[in-house]
Design a protein around this ligand. Structure first.
Ligand SMILES: CC(C)(COP(=O)(O)OP(=O)(O)OC[C@H]1O[C@@H](n2cnc3c(N)ncnc32)[C@H](O)[C@@H]1OP(=O)(O)O)[C@@H](O)C(=O)NCCC(=O)NCCS
Length: 499
């Protein structure tokens, strides 16, 4: 605080008080009566007086703000700053036992900020990884981790997997309701032509497919989606109404599966297969890999997987899509950024690693020793553990059933490995509640349906893009730029700059 404080009595002439302020070069004067502050006179009050056009202003008491807000001399400086910023004041008298002892002004606080950082009044400490922090409101869906339950809008997501088609669930996420038969026909008619890759992008795909000796699972898709967004001239979401932004979202969601399979075939030295106009979303997805209409049980198994991965609360890639949308950027940018977030092994890049683990273990008799050794060496067992689920992941339970229906050697082995990993983790990582997550059986199911490991993460992305876009539409409809803060922990500034 500053002291001594410039003071005047309430019955002094206003002109005299103004002269003192000019003389001392201060923006306020505290009005005291028997040592206690009874008012404050600021430049704002003098402006009000000047606006009257008179030279005789009367007395200080006529113009001052009576009973000014004060702070005690022992309060934290942050408290004083909070009062200044919340109330819009520029000066606050400091009192001790009712006596005026100083004044805190914006000038003092700017000076202090050079030495000691002051937290913004609304700044709160949050747990690492934003664990459990609510950062938005959403009506798209939600995960209840302790109950092992998640939902899309008001429906149990697993029940949707069992009872509806992917197109129905897509309609639910975009339009807020499951479609009637007529709405379903209209929706499918709308999206069929949108599956085609834009002409400007087709010639780019062979190079994108071949680039890099060891491309990551989503590298080609990330670049190709960016090219589509550019070729379609997608405009900033900030400049679009919901109808136009929804049209962009439909286009991107419809073309992503086609891009995935075109890139896959081109990398294998094969020509892309055009989408099949008669096939549903997942059957067409498998068809575009081989050019043959797939076994219906395989198409349905993949459809259940793809529905189960459309959305899942504020996971890292969905949050990324919302952050990018919150800047007003175009939908393509939001999806490209989300693809990048999904590509990490801690998020979507794990299903092929989970299957690789089965291959690495080799035989059931080796499982326990392998898992113990891996955990002891500090490695993560891929396909296990989840930020939100502290019980069975409902997607893993559903996919375990799908894998069982499909049968095959890997299923029985996967069951044995799952049981062993859960037991070993319970023993070596007690209290962490680690169970199989979506990725563990996803690999087994996709493998059984003929998809190679290189397509596991892209298949995750093929339907998650619908969730990203539903979230982007919601974000754009009620937007404020997402711009949190960080705590600075480097050397204290300002250090002298070396010349
Ligand atoms: C999904 C995942 C990233 C969640 O991470 P998180 O919520 O930040 O959990 P943490 O990293 O804080 O882990 C908590 C504890 O459990 C342990 N743990 C978590 N998952 C584990 C796993 N799969 N294998 C071994 N230990 C694991 C951690 O080592 C940590 O132990 P510590 O307390 O001794 O340090 C994490 O479980 C993981 O890495 N799983 C493997 C990758 C995977 O399957 N990803 C797909 C997710 S859908």
């Amino acid at each position: 605080m500053s002291r001594p404080v410039l003071t005047v009595g309430p019955d002094e002439p206003l002109a005299g008080a103004a002269a003192k302020m000019v003389d001392r070069k201060v923006g306020s004067v505290v009005v005291v009566d028997q040592g206690a502050p009874v008012g404050i006179l600021t430049e704002r009050d003098l402006l009000r007086w000047a606006a009257t056009g008179t030279t005789d202003g009367g007395l200080v008491t006529d113009w001052m703000t009576a009973d000014p807000h004060t702070v005690g001399s022992h309060v934290e400086v942050v408290e004083a700053w909070r009062t200044l910023s919340e109330k819009g004041y520029r000066h606050i008298p400091v009192v001790d036992g009712g006596e005026l002892v100083g004044i805190v002004t914006m000038r003092d606080l700017v000076r202090i900020a050079q030495i000691q950082s002051m937290a913004h009044p609304s700044q709160v400490e949050v747990p690492k990884g934003l664990d459990g922090v609510v950062v938005a409101e959403t009506a798209v869906g939600h995960v209840r981790g302790l109950e092992g339950f998640y939902h899309y809008r008001q429906y149990n997501a697993i029940e949707l997997c069992e009872k509806r088609t992917l197109e129905d669930v897509w309609h639910l996420l975009f339009e807020g309701e499951l479609p009637t038969p007529e709405q379903r026909r209209a929706f499918v008619d709308e999206l069929l032509p949108l599956r085609a890759i834009p002409d400007d992008v087709r010639p780019l795909l062979p190079d994108l497919a071949r680039a890099g000796a060891h491309p990551g699972p989503l590298d080609g898709l990330r670049s190709a989606t960016s090219a589509v967004a550019q070729a379609l001239d997608l405009r900033p979401s900030m400049d679009l109404d919901r109808t136009l932004l929804r049209a962009d979202a439909m286009r991107i969601c419809a073309v992503v599966p086609t891009l995935i399979m075109a890139l896959h075939r081109l990398r294998q030295g094969q020509q892309p297969v055009e989408p099949h106009p008669e096939l549903g979303y997942s059957a067409n997805y498998l068809y575009m890999r081989t050019g043959e209409v797939p076994d219906p049980s395989h198409a349905r198994a993949i459809e259940k997987y793809q529905i189960s991965t459309i959305d899942h609360g504020f996971n890292a890639s969905t949050f990324t899509a919302r952050v990018v949308t919150s800047t007003g950027a175009d939908l393509g940018s939001a999806v490209v950024a989300a693809i990048g977030a999904l590509s990490g092994p801690l998020h979507g890049g794990a299903p092929s690693r989970a299957l690789d683990m089965l291959d690495a273990i080799g035989t059931p008799d080796r499982t326990e020793a392998w898992v113990r050794q891996a955990v002891a060496s500090g490695a993560r067992i891929m396909g296990f553990g989840h930020r939100v689920y502290k019980t069975d992941d409902p997607r893993s339970v559903m996919l375990r059933g799908v894998a069982e229906e499909l049968g095959g050697d890997k299923y029985a082995f996967a069951r044995q490995v799952e049981a062993t990993v859960v037991d070993v983790l319970a023993e070596l990582k007690p209290g962490r509640n680690l169970y199989a997550n979506v990725e563990f059986y996803a690999g087994v199911v996709m493998d059984r349906c003929g998809l190679p490991g290189t397509l596991f993460t892209p298949t995750f992305a093929s339907s998650r893009v619908i969730g990203w876009c539903a979230n982007a539409l919601e974000q754009a409809a009620d937007n404020r730029i997402i711009r949190p803060s960080a705590r600075y922990v480097g050397p204290p500034p300002p250090q002298p700059v070396p010349v």
